[in-house]
Ligand binder design. Sequence first.
Ligand SMILES: NC(=O)c1ccc[n+]([C@@H]2O[C@H](COP(=O)([O-])OP(=O)(O)OC[C@H]3O[C@@H](n4cnc5c(N)ncnc54)[C@H](O)[C@@H]3O)[C@@H](O)[C@H]2O)c1
Length: 449
Amino acid sequence: MKLNNLKLKDQIEKPGGKLGVLIPGIGGAVSTTFIAGVELVRKGLAEPIGSLTQVGTIRLGKRFEYRTPFIKDFVPLHSVDDLVFGGWDLYEANAYEAALYAKVLSREHLESIKGFLAGIKPMRAVFDRRFVRNLDGTYVKPGQNLRQHVDALKEDIVKFKEANGLQNCIMIWCGSTEVYLKSEDIHTAPEKFYEALEQNDSRIPPSMLYALAALESGIPFINGAPNLTVDTPAMLELANRNKVPIAGKDFKTGQTLMKTILAPGLKARMLGLEGWYSTNILGNRDGLVLDDKDSFKTKEESKLSVLEYILQPQLYPTLYKNYYHKVTINYYPPRGDNKEGWDCIDIFGWLGYPMQIKVDFQCRDSILAAPLILDLVLLTDLAQRVGMDGIQEWLSFYFKSPLHKEGLYPEHDLFIQLMKLKNTLRYLMGEEQITHFGLDYYMNNAGSA
Ligand SMILES: NC(=O)c1ccc[n+]([C@@H]2O[C@H](COP(=O)([O-])OP(=O)(O)OC[C@H]3O[C@@H](n4cnc5c(N)ncnc54)[C@H](O)[C@@H]3O)[C@@H](O)[C@H]2O)c1
């Protein structure tokens, strides 16, 4: 991808027709909350709170210009009315039944769109229990041949596009967290990966098969879970070759969202950290999957890394050299999707005097995740039309473990991530970058800057 090859401003193709949203894990709590939410918004029965593209504005130009359009009016995004949903799950339940099971949205909300939801039926999943041990659904594609699975997924995609008259689709993984995998030799180059695929290598999880089906079909892939999936040199190279954007990984919602709001503040004030103890109780199917230690390890890696990058202990040894950071998730069925996350934060200030901060976030996991999916789908589609293939680092705002180029460190600070996202939109639309420098207002004659 070259900067001067991008289509900017008036060159950006307008979003035409419908946009397909393909979701592995379409029967999950997050997916059904997203799909039902979009339909409720379309019907005027609820507001898309939490979605930057739908309710957020963007400042343009100087502060005395007072130009702050809504993002959805500023950039050529698809409207929520254009979205069409399809996907795969290992449970046969339609979206209405699955949403009832998830117990996130009220009966009143679900009954008002029952017909629409009941019409969304999953396609059979590509599933392998070695990678998600605590689920036992049987609505799966037969056989063990990996290439045949990829081809079957590609056929599903073609049929979905034909049935709905679609030109363009986005695939977003909302499936379960798979067991922890490290990038190995087979992931270093497309040829090695293809060779391993032909040999049905046991180190290739289902999420990579979906991703491959998407990339080979020219469809952008977004990873909402912490799985390795497209975070390998082989997949990145395939995304570049096929001119497809990829984004990930692991939606930044509850506790990590709080962490990436608080930690930059502590660091900005040069307050030290002695320890950060984070624990969660969660009772949905995601909690059940994470009750397996190897799936939890994938999540743990994703959750632990944020502080290290935000606090930069190598630059500030006096403040952050030896802080203790612990994250746990406990499966507790009575709590369902309404996760409770506690943080005990031991900090120190002037002359080393200790202080404590306690955070008790009684959140709703899927309510926090759904608007991120909407934004990611709309913005990744924009990226595709602009010609931005490969890693979409400007979408780091939405992820716990943002994909990043080798040799760069990931940016975790929520406020830097937001600035990066908005400046990218300004750039694409031919507007001046906003650095918040501001001295020009005072040093030049008023109005000249
Ligand atoms: N809710 C949040 O705040 C949040 C934040 C970050 C990441 N996530 C991740 O998002 C994902 C979904 O979360 P959830 O709460 O909806 O979980 P969930 O368990 O309710 O849904 C996951 C769905 O994926 C399906 N699935 C698993 N493997 C599959 C496969 N190979 N093919 C097709 N379907 C498959 C399961 O059957 C299930 O219906 C999880 O990986 C979770 O860790 C959620």
